[in-house]
Design a protein around this ligand. Sequence first.
Ligand code: GDD
Length: 342
Amino acid sequence: MTNNKKIAMVSGVTGQDGGYLAKFLLQKNYRVLGLYRRGATDTFSKLREHGILEQIELLDFDLLEFSNICRLLKNHQPDEFYNLAAQSFVAASWEEPIYTAQADGIGALYILEAIREFSPKTKFYQASTSEMFGKVQEIPQTETTPFYPRSPYGVSKLMAHWMCINYSESFNIFACSGILFNHESPMRGKEFVTRKITCHLADLFTGKTTEPLELGNLNAKRDWGFAGDYVEMMWKMLQHSEPDTYVVATGKTHSIREFVEEAGRHCGYDLHWEGSDENEKGIDKKTGKVIVKVNPKFYRPAEVEILIGSPEKAKRVLGWEPKTDFKTLCQMMILADIERAK
Ligand code: GDD
């Protein structure tokens, strides 16, 4: 019975996490209202690939349009609101700092205000990020690690994170913040480093290109998990008795270089590295072919050198654990891109 179904609103439904979360919620028998920004590129391709496009009710949404957000909350009174919409590319946030602050900081506040005013029973999930730890103050990072964001993106997300806590404490709104570490999948956008790597290696492997892959800082380390595992935590947070903040991570970290090596193995490459800094190259031992080279164009004005999160609280309080390890994730992504390239 449609009427008895819980209603979940998912902003950013056309993105990587939006697709996995919508699929998860449909399996839990939710009515999913998918909020998307008109004019976004390759709008519905991920939802189509998940096979769920027809089951989602799509609604126009814009993080910068307060009147639109108020109307949505007033008209639909959702049980749960998952805010996955954002300007999510860290590198772009130095080029578009004001837009990023408006979308990622003020946008979340607009939703909280609309909930406060028109739908106070709506439980709210905010997509917070390990970028808030930036220049990390301790290893591993936990829910109590002090923040030190290193980009306009990280600073903007930190505002939204604190607004969640503040609205929860001030107005008794059930607002949770999930501090998600990097999470990837075959649905990842191609601007992010993992998918950039797997797409390019797949093109090299299938002969669609002969050009080496150009990357920035190979030494940065990330705690990479699988997006499909992480969306379950978003839902679990909203089912708990109290709103709270949780780190969602694997507890393991790997460099960009290691990701290239691991993905490369599935294409038959055995990489060794020559040179240093911007002259460094990743060369296939068997053929002597240059597979990777550094292009300083991809360096960031301020880098987050290492991220590694502790999923201990997620396990202890909500019984959640990541299921997919680094090697499995790399394999899943490279095999999917080889298949697509063919
Ligand atoms: N994108 C990109 N492209 N990154 C590169 C490249 C390149 O050519 N070469 C090296 N890197 C390095 C970046 O400097 C960074 O240290 C690391 O690869 C990861 O970059 P991204 O994959 O773009 O992700 P991110 O860590 O900046 O941000 C992602 O994770 C956050 C959670 O920590 C995004 O998904 C954010 O939205 C998310 O909040």
